[in-house]
Design a protein around this ligand. Sequence first.
Ligand code: MRU
Length: 353
Amino acid sequence: MINLNALALRFVHMSKDAELWILDQTLLPLKEEWLLLRTVSEAIDAIKALKVRGAPLIGVTAALSLGQSAIKGASYAQLLDEARALHAARPTAVNLMMCMDRMMAGIASGKTPEELLGIAVHLFNEDVSLCTRIAENGAELISDGDHILTHCNTGGLATAGSGTALGVIRKASAQGKTIHVYVDETRPLLQGARLTTWELKKLGIPYTLITDNMAAHLMRLRKVQKIIVGCDRIAANGDFANKIGTYGLAVLAHHHRIPFYVAGPYTTMDWACFDGDRIPIEQRSASEVSGVEGVFGRVEWATPDSPVYNPAFDVTPAKLVSRWILDCGVFTGNDFQADRVRQLIPQQSTLQI
Ligand code: MRU
């Protein structure tokens, strides 16, 4: 019997009778509203609309949704179709594909519905411990008094655990280091302004919100000692995709000689992807750039029918990264070149179901 209570209530929660709930992130910080995901198709809609988001969290949410569908009696053929549809819900974060591949392997090998839900719960719990290890590894790089710039949201709202980049900041602060965070608002969907500020305020970690185009100015004034970001997919050579705007920060950090760190779990590594040019980049709707939408309604600010370009992610080349903070250690570019990272990372989770 799976202990669903073991899914510590965070921002995705499964009740004892396998009801899947998410905190609707599109309403934050103005409204804290939980949303029930009754079917896989509702989960896909929520993932596409970024009601639930962040590379690790969309993976575990998709797995839990599929586990729930199994428990509710879906046939194996239906489960495989649903797994494929979830797999395709967003194209860049490889965690989603990895979670679906593991669920599909379970379906193909004839696991029972309970066992399939067990795999999903395992993926959730695994992410909690991966976050803990990333935080411990990364906190070693943070000094008392650091002002750290971060982009997008990489905390509890993006993972099953304490986060990746934000988890490192959180751990360093818990160790008693005085930390101040500059939060990029993260245009166009404002994950920094809406979500990271919400988390940092709850955690009591001092922060200052800036618009994305203020980062260069702060760096020139030597007000930023470190930059830490998360990732959606790390290629085999260390190039990585993350929220649009990350690459610009890496270039700026290089120019100003500021350490630039990327934090993520091994589940974000894509060994089949040789370099960053091969990472698929999600293109999103024009309406996200031509205006804004929220609990307050919709405001349109662009000239009607303006052509819009809206890639959700960009790729940062490995040569601009100072350190990769992973669950299995902290790595340099030389480690990637010498293939040392691959040797330390499990190729598959050690699922014991
Ligand atoms: O489009 P989003 O909000 O899902 O993008 C999220 C990010 O880019 C995060 O930085 C990334 O998933 C790492 S979070 C642990």
